[in-house]
Design a protein around this ligand. Structure first.
Ligand SMILES: NC(=O)c1ccc[n+]([C@@H]2O[C@H](COP(=O)([O-])OP(=O)(O)OC[C@H]3O[C@@H](n4cnc5c(N)ncnc54)[C@H](OP(=O)(O)O)[C@@H]3O)[C@@H](O)[C@H]2O)c1
Length: 260
């Protein structure tokens, strides 16, 4: 990437907050959005990773700011949204992508702590982000575009653990509610129905349960996992003005998993 490409890019001139930016889909999005001209603010808990990624993007001619924090903590999220506006002057976009999953156990044997963490990270995290980001976008008066990472587990019982399935279904519900409430104020809100993607999250699940490898690809029409960049490409388009009439959508990026 170089600065000139960024000036002409899909996201040129926008400032986008990305959660879960320390690895996987979020890190791929940080690199792609910056290459497409966005100023990116990177949020996750692993500070060293965020700082290294921000440096990498800056060295390549992009604009990035590391803002470590926990999406389950309302104060952390509010601070990162404020930092975004302080550092880059505005917030026009957000990719609320932080998530957590674990290998599935039958519902009646699933620890309550798994329920709490799945709901807190995947659902409350998106809730915290939406509240702070929408408030800042309303303040600016110039609207914005928000993309929330759901999952094929947000539309189907995929075999993932029940609390994760419940949380991702709820992310799609929140997405539709927010799109409905702010559609006339220029704020678009969409969700990605992400299929199996080769990231640390999946590697972690496969380490605990190697027998699941086949289960991660067999229902996709393409019979493979996505590369994180393929998911980031869809998020970039939804964040951009080219998706100007798309809101309240749950867009599959799943190799056809939910089509057949
Ligand atoms: N990979 C797949 O097959 C797949 C399929 C469907 C949906 N998804 C969804 O895609 C999203 C990204 O996951 P991934 O596959 O890229 O996995 P990943 O590499 O494990 O990334 C998860 C990200 O979330 C961050 N995170 C977790 N808890 C957090 C918290 N409390 N506060 C802030 N950040 C937190 C992690 O960073 P820190 O640990 O540094 O905080 C990390 O950056 C998730 O929402 C996931 O549910 C993934």
């Amino acid at each position: 990437m170089n600065g000139q490409d960024g000036e002409r890019g899909l996201l040129s001139g926008s400032t986008i907050m990305i959660t879960g930016a320390s690895s996987g889909i979020g890190a791929a999005a940080a690199r792609l959005f910056a290459a497409e001209g966005a100023s990116v603010v990177l949020m996750a808990r692993r500070e060293n990773r965020l700082r290294a990624l921000a440096q990498e993007i800056t060295a390549a001619g992009g604009r990035a700011h590391a803002a470590p924090g926990d999406v389950t903590d309302v104060d952390d999220v509010a601070r990162v949204v404020k930092e975004t506006v302080d550092v880059f002057g505005s917030i026009n976009g957000a990719f609320n992508n932080a998530g957590w999953a674990t290998a599935g156990t039958p519902l009646h044997q699933t620890d309550d702590a798994v329920f709490t963490q799945a709901i807190d990270v995947n659902l409350r995290g998106v809730w915290n982000c939406l509240k702070a980001q929408i408030a800042a976008m309303l303040d600016s008066g110039s609207g914005g575009s928000i993309v929330n990472t759901a999952s094929i587990a947000g539309v189907l019982a995929t075999g993932a653990t029940a609390p994760y399935i419940a949380a991702k279904h709820a992310v799609i519900g929140l997405t539709k509610a927010a799109a409905d409430e702010y559609g006339q104020q220029g704020i678009r809100v969409n969700a990605l129905v992400v299929g199996s993607t080769r990231t640390e999250l999946i590697e972690g699940v496969l380490e605990a349960a190697p027998e699941l490898e086949d289960a991660f690809t067999n229902r996709s029409l393409q019979k493979r996992m996505a590369h994180p960049d393929e998911v980031a490409q869809a998020a970039a388009w939804l964040c951009s003005d080219r998706a100007s009439f798309v809101t309240g959508a749950a867009m599959p990026v799943d190799g056809g998993w939910t089509a057949a």
